[in-house]
Each structure stands twice: as C-alpha cells, then as structure tokens.
Design a protein around this ligand. Structure first.
Ligand code: NIG
Ligand code: FE
Length: 412
C-alpha cells in the first residue's frame, strides 16, 4: 500500500538518522522542507522532498495536506501509564497545603496506588491502561516506555508487566517495558528496606528476566525511598542479567544518584529537578541522556530541571511526560513541549528535538522512530492549519492535531 501526501505546508524533522542523541548547538537545528511531499509504503516512510521535485509514481491513495504540517509522532521515554484508579484526593490535599513528600510519609503516594493496584484485577488494569494508551496516541504519541512499580511484590510487579506486554501486543504504538520494583518500600517491609532489596534481587528480578518482561531497570533513588548504594545493588544485579538502567534521580534532592547511574552505563537519568555542579560534570563525561519531566514540576509545583543549562553544557537531553497518578496525571506530549518552552525556555526546535529524535534515543528506538527518515516506521502527526511550528508550543493547551498516523494507518 503506497500513500502519497502532497502540498504539506512544512515537513518537520527530515534528517538522516543520527547515531547518538543530539547535543548543544545541534539541538537548535530542526531540518524542515516547506511545500513538501511524503510517500509512505507498507507502514514505512519511503521518500520525501519538495513538491518541486515530486516524482511521478503510481500510488494507492493521494492525500492533499494544503495548509497542514507534518512531524514525527512524539516518543515518550518515561511513563507509568499502567496504574489503577487515581489520586485525586491527594491532589486536593496538596491544594490544602500538604507536600508530595508529606502525603507519601502518611502512607499515601506510591503506596496508595500500590494498594489500589492490588485490589484491581489484571483485566481491569488492562482496560484502564488501554484507554490511556489510546488517548495519548490520539495526542500524537507513537512510542512510549512504561514502568512497573505499583506492584511492589512478585505477583503485583508481574501483573503490571504482563499488562504492559498485552498493551504491546494489542497496540500499534511501540512500547518499551521497564522493571521498577524499587519504586517505594512496601508496607510489609517497612522496617527492613534491605530485605525488600534482597527480595527484589533474589525473587522478582529473576522472574521478570526469565519471562522476558522488561528491557530496562529503574530505581527511585531519593531520600525516603532508595539510597545510592541501594540503587547500586539493584543495578549491579539487573545489568548482570542484561537489563539497561533508566533511573529516577535528583527529583527532590541531589544525593549522588547521577554519578552512580553513569557508572552502570545508564541509558538515561530522569527528573533532574535538583542538580549540582558535580552532577553536570559527571554527565558531561558520559553518553547518558538527561530526561526532564516538565509536567511533574508543573503539577507538583517543584522546580523545573535546568534544561537550558544541561543543553549548554553539551549533555544529550530529552523530554518525557512521566504520566502517572501522583505527579503527572497527563501523558500529553503537546503540553510537555509547550511547558518546556514556556517554563524551561527551550526554543521550539530544542523542544521538538528533545521529544522526537532524542526521546527515541532515550528509549533505544532511534533507528526506527523519532524522525522523518526513509525506512523508519510511518508514524507522524498531521497538524491543523497552523501558521508555523513554533505556534504549536505558543498555542498551549489547544488541540492543533488533525490526525495521527501509526504504522502508516490513521488512528480513528
Ligand atoms: O516519576 N518519583 C517517583 N515516581 C513517579 C511518581 C509516582 C507516583 O507518585 O505515583 C515520578 O514522579
Ligand atoms: Fe517517573
């Protein structure tokens, strides 16, 4: 099946595939073609170019996109999209003055979601999650990573990871799976965190690996959750079994998680709201990608990650939603890029690069996703009639998406 899209007002992110994530000045460059055509063939991008050079080709279907722009779908490299219920009550509690950490200390937070998940059947968990997945697909997300971490027991973690596997099988959206057993210490191990880590390493991790349920390993390295040495123990065991680290660090406190993660060749270090000079130096000497989560800062009212500083320091940088019930109950990547421009002062080019090609690197799928490149999957967003691509970020909160194609097919 060949489909030809013609008269595209501007085709964004047309590039040869970079083998590593973009850095520094390269982040400011967004290759585009005005008045373009795009040919897709059998679920893949086949050719593109200027309408002035439109080749004569026989196609099955031709679509006129006058006035509209085309860009690759967003890649969302950090989500907790599989969860049960919601935490609206904690949202109200925060409005009334409690902090995220105070709520967690009272047994709310991640443990609250863990309790709800325990009382939710696997089928029900799938049904709730697939609705979220379909909704972010319509908002232009064509690939995403999903973490476990609300199970906190062998049964619970496997239940979440099996749901992620079912989502992979069910949906055309590309999904990567991350084992986050060390998200919080469950009540049953309240007084003995080390025993919980032993249990993760000796009991849950081997099952996750032998059942092929995760490609990445994550730890919430933070005061009150898991220390740097806890994280090192888990990363040591998990990397030995072939999982690649993508970790939560420096959300509320800088405790040395970045340097430790880099030692284990982390693909990404995520959050980074609180950063010290030594963290920047550690990242400058590594290939690990810094992933910022602006909607978490927006929703919790915590500092934004110093994105501009990271980019200027030459650190590869990506953006993600952190979609989860406690700190970012939205997986809207349009809102992510807008917020990154508004609050982190990224240029539209930097924001788009951070949420497409660099985000694809941040989830290990850059050879197939993240840019308009022949041979990559035909995943792209067609915008409504907009004046320029910067308008997409400026016009925040408004829906400028006309349609979304995943594997060469329009979503309904
Ligand atoms: O990335 N910080 C840890 N994990 C999530 C929040 C999880 C939750 O509150 O349920 C995050 O913000
Ligand atoms: Fe997270």
């Amino acid at each position: 099946m060949k489909i030809l899209f013609t008269n595209i007002k501007e085709l964004l992110q047309t590039r040869d595939n970079p083998t590593t994530a973009l850095k520094a000045e390269a982040m400011k460059v967004l290759p585009t073609i005005k008045n373009a055509y795009l040919l897709i063939e059998d679920q893949k991008i086949s050719q593109y170019g200027s309408m002035n050079n439109l080749p004569t080709i026989e196609v099955d279907k031709q679509v006129d996109l006058s006035g509209k722009m085309v860009l690759p779908t967003w890649c969302d490299s950090h989500t907790h999209l599989v969860y049960a219920g919601n935490r609206e009550q904690e949202f109200i509690d925060r409005i009334n003055g409690l902090s995220y950490e105070e709520i967690a200390a009272k047994g709310g937070g991640i443990l609250n979601s863990a309790k709800t998940l325990e009382n939710t059947s696997e089928n029900e968990l799938f049904e709730q999650s697939v609705k979220r997945l379909e909704s972010v697909g319509r908002l232009g997300t064509g690939a995403l990573e999903i973490k476990s971490g609300y199970g906190l027991s062998l049964e619970g973690e496997l239940k979440m990871l099996r749901v992620i596997k079912r989502l992979k099988e069910y949906s055309g959206i590309t999904i990567k799976s991350t084992f986050l057993g060390a998200h919080a210490v469950p009540l049953s191990f309240k007084e003995n965190r080390q025993a919980y880590i032993d249990y993760i390493i000796a009991t849950i991790l081997p099952e996750v690996v032998s059942q092929g349920l995760a490609e990445y390993i994550d730890v919430f390295c933070e005061k009150g959750y898991f220390s740097v040495s806890d994280m090192e123990r888990i990363l040591e065991a998990a990397t030995e079994k072939g999982l690649i680290p993508k970790v939560h660090v420096n959300q509320f406190n800088a405790i040395g998680g970045i340097k430790a993660a880099i030692k284990y060749n982390a693909l990404t270090v995520d959050h980074l709201e609180v950063i010290e000079e030594q963290d920047i130096t550690a990242m400058q000497n590594a290939n690990t990608i810094a992933v910022a989560l602006p909607l978490c800062s927006f929703f919790l009212g915590i500092p934004y990650s110093p994105a501009k500083k990271l980019i200027e320091a030459g650190i590869p940088f990506a953006l993600a939603s952190d979609y989860n019930p406690g700190s970012s109950p939205s997986g809207n990547m349009n809102q992510v890029v807008s917020t990154a421009c508004i609050k982190m002062k990224l240029n539209p080019e930097e924001a788009i690069n951070a949420a497409t090609i660099n985000a694809a690197h941040a989830m290990g799928i850059a050879s197939t996703h993240g840019s308009i490149t022949p041979g990559k999957v035909a995943n792209f967003i067609i915008t409504k009639d907009v004046p320029s691509y910067g308008y997409l970020m400026y016009d925040f909160g408004n829906n400028n998406i006309d349609s979304v194609y995943i594997n060469g097919m329009a979503l309904d």
